[in-house]
Ligand binder design. Structure first.
Ligand SMILES: Cc1ncc(C[n+]2csc(CCOP(=O)(O)OP(=O)(O)O)c2C)c(N)n1
Ligand SMILES: [Mg+2]
Length: 362
């Protein structure tokens, strides 16, 4: 008997659209031109929103937020197959996917500027609120999926989280629950190479994170997360499996966090620019654009027009946000106690009269 322990090593990465924009037609999902254009617009809008939010944060108009430059294909690809009856449980870096799901950009701006009105999912959008506590939203997402299975609903839940979250106990518990109970759940691990300053090599002794799903009995696949067509192909298959009662899947989307962890981060202290450079060539937008141009699905002129229109939509959202974002400093006091204690009432009065003296009365 061979007593050598088995070691799972690298597994292949599914790629449909390569860096030159060439498509492997044997693996391409069957998408109409209209669907391809919608995917492209959503990715451009995500990028425009990302860079505008960064500018607004740097100008003091926005709170800390987590940019997703370079992760647009991972974002949009994972929500593309979802219907309104399916659920989505995002992480904090998921605003591209949230816009696709029906969140308005002005609401997301309110959210990241710290206004509580920004947090609840919009009416009719089956999304869970995200949690900053890493990986903590994955078990509740499995709970929603188990509920669907119990009610015999043929829907699914997609939940995303990072490479760092893969090390959290709760995420591994979620995998096990989902596998054992055949929960209709699509796990999307956005492997962007970093958990703040911790590189993947310090997070895992394997190169692939998808191998972990296999250990739980979950069909798992490693996908080029910068390839929108591969993401759509993999997530569509996983969603269909889930809805058909075949249980969860794990998709490891290999991408890269090209920007900051959050606006409170300075990656120059822990990574060299040459680590980031190759990822410019792997840009998810660039390769998709090359493909769409070559196939005459969108001309270069049309791509430019889409970029302008997306920028315009972001600026309109910013204008609406500015209308709504009125500071209410009294709220610091209002939501702490159900019944405000007398000393807090005193402090509040004092604080508001100070603001009034400075001409800053709310
Ligand atoms: C339980 C917990 N521990 C630590 C943190 C601090 N923290 C915030 S983001 C982050 C890294 C997460 O990395 P990853 O899961 O790869 O997601 P990414 O930010 O790369 O999208 C950490 C450690 C936290 N928010 N929650
Ligand atoms: Mg990460």
């Amino acid at each position: 008997m061979d007593t050598k322990p088995v070691q799972l090593d690298n597994i292949d990465v599914l790629q449909v659209l390569n860096e030159e924009g060439m498509v492997d037609t044997t693996k391409a999902p069957p998408l109409t031109h209209d669907q391809l254009r919608r995917l492209y617009v959503a990715m451009v809008l995500t990028r425009k929103f990302d860079s505008r939010m960064l500018a607004m944060q740097r100008q003091g108009e926005m709170g800390t937020f987590a940019p997703n430059l370079g992760q647009e294909a991972t974002q949009i690809g994972q929500v593309f197959p979802l219907t309104a009856d399916d659920w989505f449980a995002p992480s904090y870096r998921s605003f591209g996917a949230q816009i696709w799901r029906g969140w308005s950009m002005e609401q997301l701006l309110l959210l990241w500027a710290g206004y509580h009105e920004g947090f609840p999912p919009p009416e009719g959008v089956n999304d869970l609120p995200f949690s900053i506590v890493i990986g903590s939203h994955v078990l509740p997402a499995v709970g929603v999926a188990m509920g669907m299975a119990q009610k015999k609903q043929q829907h699914c839940v997609t939940v995303n989280f990072g490479d760092g979250a893969m090390s959290q106990g709760a995420v591994n518990e979620a995998f096990n629950f989902a596998a054992v109970y055949k929960a209709p759940c699509v796990f999307v691990c956005e492997n962007n190479g970093w958990a703040i300053s911790t590189p993947l090599q310090r997070q895992a002794a394997t190169e692939s994170l998808a191998v972990r799903g296999i250990g739980f009995g979950i069909p798992s696949i490693r996908v080029d997360g910068n390839d929108i067509l591969a993401m759509v192909a993999a997530t569509t298959t996983a969603a269909e499996r889930a809805r058909a009662g075949q249980g969860p899947s794990l998709i490891e989307a290999v991408t890269y966090r090209m920007s900051l962890h959050t606006t409170a981060d300075d990656p120059t202290v822990y990574r060299q620019e040459e680590h980031v450079d190759p990822w410019h060539q792997r840009c998810p937008l660039l390769r998709f654009e090359r493909y769409l141009n070559r196939e005459s699905i969108l001309t270069e002129d049309e791509c430019r027009r889409i970029a302008d229109e997306c920028e315009q939509r972001v600026l309109e959202a910013r204008a609406k946000f500015r209308e709504m974002a009125k500071a209410r400093p009294e709220e610091i006091f209002d939501f702490v106690y159900h019944t405000m204690p007398p000393e807090l009432i005193e402090q509040k009065k004092d604080y508001l009269s100070r603001l009034a003296r400075k001409g800053l009365n709310p």
